[in-house]
Design a protein around this ligand. Structure first.
Ligand SMILES: [Zn+2]
Length: 248
């Protein structure tokens, strides 16, 4: 008997779990930030753009537009330094210079700053416990606040949260930094790997989006990735992520 006509009935249909997520984007502002800001607006996706002060000084306009669209500018240091290698004076010069610029852009956008968000460059490598504590204390004194969101299940995130880390941590790294230029022969397979990662099931490695729980997603506003960036966002949306901003 030929049952091939019935096959579609038994085909496994992937289920998409709708869940809340926060999109965070590091290392802005790139040469592509403007089109990325517009793309997110077209999809109704707000974001936290963690900006480097030096890039923000070069390209303030897309950041102003992001603010006008309701997104948040976070502080990601002046020039993406290794904080483990900076004195406290140098470290807070990085933070304060960038913050003065963010305040200026808030004024130019005519938007009140919603929250003071900070993320260290090279996140885990911020030095000895004493140095890390002094950095945290200085951030606290400057009014930076920890990321608090309901519904996160990632153990790595929760342990950061419980330790009072003021640097905004994440639950899912898209690894979009591993993409190469769109003209490279390797580009299609790299993009495929980034998208395939969303379906892997390894939450402790910040991998896979098929489990329940709020996600804090990291992307990178890197210039070399071009329009592949939008494909990654589309991949995230296809996984049922509903992006909102944290209630601050
Ligand atoms: Zn970074």
């Amino acid at each position: 008997m030929d049952l091939s006509g019935f096959a579609p009935r038994f085909r496994k249909v992937p289920t998409v779990l709708t869940k809340t997520a926060l999109l965070t984007i590091d290392d802005s502002a790139s040469i592509h930030m403007g089109e990325r800001v517009d793309f997110l607006a077209s999809k109704g996706v707000p974001a936290v753009w963690f900006c480097r002060g030096d890039y923000l000084a070069e390209r303030p306009e897309p950041a102003i537009q992001a603010l006008k669209n309701g997104s948040i500018l976070g502080n990601h240091s002046w020039d993406h330094a290794f904080f483990s290698q900076l004195s406290l004076t140098e470290a807070f010069d990085q933070v304060d210079r960038t913050d003065r610029l963010i305040e200026e852009l808030q004024l130019r956008a005519g938007v009140v700053r919603k929250v003071k968000a900070f993320r260290f460059p090279f996140e885990p490598q911020i030095g000895s416990p004493e140095h890390a504590n002094a950095l945290q204390k200085g951030l606290l004194e400057r009014g930076f606040v920890p990321l608090q969101v309901e519904g996160v299940v990632s153990a790595a995130f929760l342990s950061q949260s419980e330790s009072g880390n003021l640097s905004w941590f994440w639950t899912y790294d898209t690894e979009d930094w591993s993409l190469v230029g769109p003209d490279s022969p390797e580009a299609p397979q790299r993009l495929e790997a980034v998208l395939a990662r969303m379906d892997k099931d390894d939450p402790e490695a910040a991998c896979g989006l098929n489990r329940p729980g709020t996600e804090i997603v990291v992307m990178h506003d890197h210039g070399h990735t071009g329009a592949q960036w939008q494909k990654v966002v589309e991949g995230l949306l296809s996984k049922g992520l509903r992006f909102t901003l944290p209630l601050c």
